[in-house]
Design a binder for this molecule. Structure first.
Ligand code: ASP
Length: 324
């Protein structure tokens, strides 16, 4: 008889402690784990948002780049950290959908995480090093087909956005690519500019400034319409690959068990950042598209992630991607 009473008392006390911790949250810096290299597109988006979330939350936001294995190591770090709101994970279609079909993860992408908010999305763009003798997507495909060896395509690892987009490019062209994995498309871009690899099917936000500067060539964006920030680059439909569409969405998650009040607070801070006109301007300038206002609840991200898993896993499992 004594034991259940004692247990109930402990549970009440534990609840009281969590409830008051949630009310005061945050009282110290928050770490956002970006599962790709610094200087890449995930890192760039999170740094812009983090600066503004810091104002909303009144605490510093630290960005930690925990890289490797298509972002699955960084996501694991978030899953296994304390569920107190002080460790948040940034992720996208690759890390929070594709990786579940490609890797043997020691966590569940849905059951072990709580969604916070959907973040801006990005079409992909086919880009090559300047030394490739092609002026259009058609010429690029002809050049790729004429080579005795598959071209070297940089990716952020198996299951990353650039890899999933590369698989899509292979499927619509019938080409074979030789994937070169990096810890993010930031370092892959450095090698593309230097001419060490041939191409990337990259996030527009990562490539756009290099294309504008003429240090790499951009051939087509994987969207139904041209990007407002790069109207001179044709869509894949216009450039000869009808239906080659891919939009890379991103989001924030925390470990399962994080108190509801903390999730609400983090969601509100992220929404405040997304709605700030100067933040929007910075994001739109690199080709990012804002999520619709009615899709900004934690629930909306959770539902979207599950729908995307249902859509992508059969295709990715059929592709039978090998990882080391
Ligand atoms: N988002 C990754 C990065 O920031 C790239 C990718 O997923 O392809 O490097």
């Amino acid at each position: 008889m004594k034991k259940p009473l004692f247990a109930a008392l402990i549970a009440t006390l534990a609840f009281a402690t969590t409830a008051s911790a949630a009310e005061k949250f945050p009282t110290r810096p928050i770490t956002v784990v970006v599962p790709f290299a610094a200087g890449g597109p995930s890192d760039a988006m999170m740094r812009i948002l983090g600066e503004r979330m810091k104002v909303a939350l009144g605490e510093t936001i630290l960005i930690e780049n925990t890289t490797g294995a298509g972002g699955s190591i960084g996501v694991g770090r978030v899953v296994h950290s304390a569920a107190d709101g002080y460790t948040i994970g940034f992720g996208h279609l690759g890390t929070h959908v594709a990786n579940g079909a490609i890797y043997k993860l020691n966590y569940d992408l849905v059951a072990d995480l709580e969604p916070i908010v959907l973040l801006p999305s990005n079409p992909m763009i086919v880009v090559s090093k300047n030394a490739v003798p092609a002026k259009s997507l058609k010429e690029l495909i002809d050049w790729l087909k004429s080579r005795p060896q598959p071209a070297a395509a940089g990716t952020a690892g198996a299951g990353s956005a650039s890899h999933v987009a590369g698989l899509g490019f292979e499927a619509v062209t019938g080409l074979k690519l030789q994937y070169v994995p990096y810890r993010g498309t930031g370092p892959a871009m450095n090698d593309l500019v230097a001419g060490q690899i041939d191409l990337i099917v990259d996030q527009l936000s990562n490539s756009i400034n290099q294309v504008r500067a003429g240090t790499i060539r951009g051939y087509a964006v994987t969207d139904a319409k041209r990007a407002e920030s790069a109207t001179d680059i044709p869509t894949a439909d216009e450039a000869g690959l009808p239906g080659f569409h891919m939009t890379l969405w991103s989001g924030l998650w925390v470990p399962k068990g994080t108190p509801k009040e903390i999730i609400t607070r983090l969601n509100a801070a992220a929404v405040e950042a997304l709605n700030d006109p100067s933040v929007r301007k910075q994001l739109e300038n690199i080709g990012l598209q804002m999520p619709p206002q009615d899709q900004l609840s934690p629930q909306a991200l959770g539902d979207w992630q599950k729908a995307e898993i249902a859509k992508w896993w059969p295709m990715l499992k059929a592709a039978n991607v090998k990882v080391e």
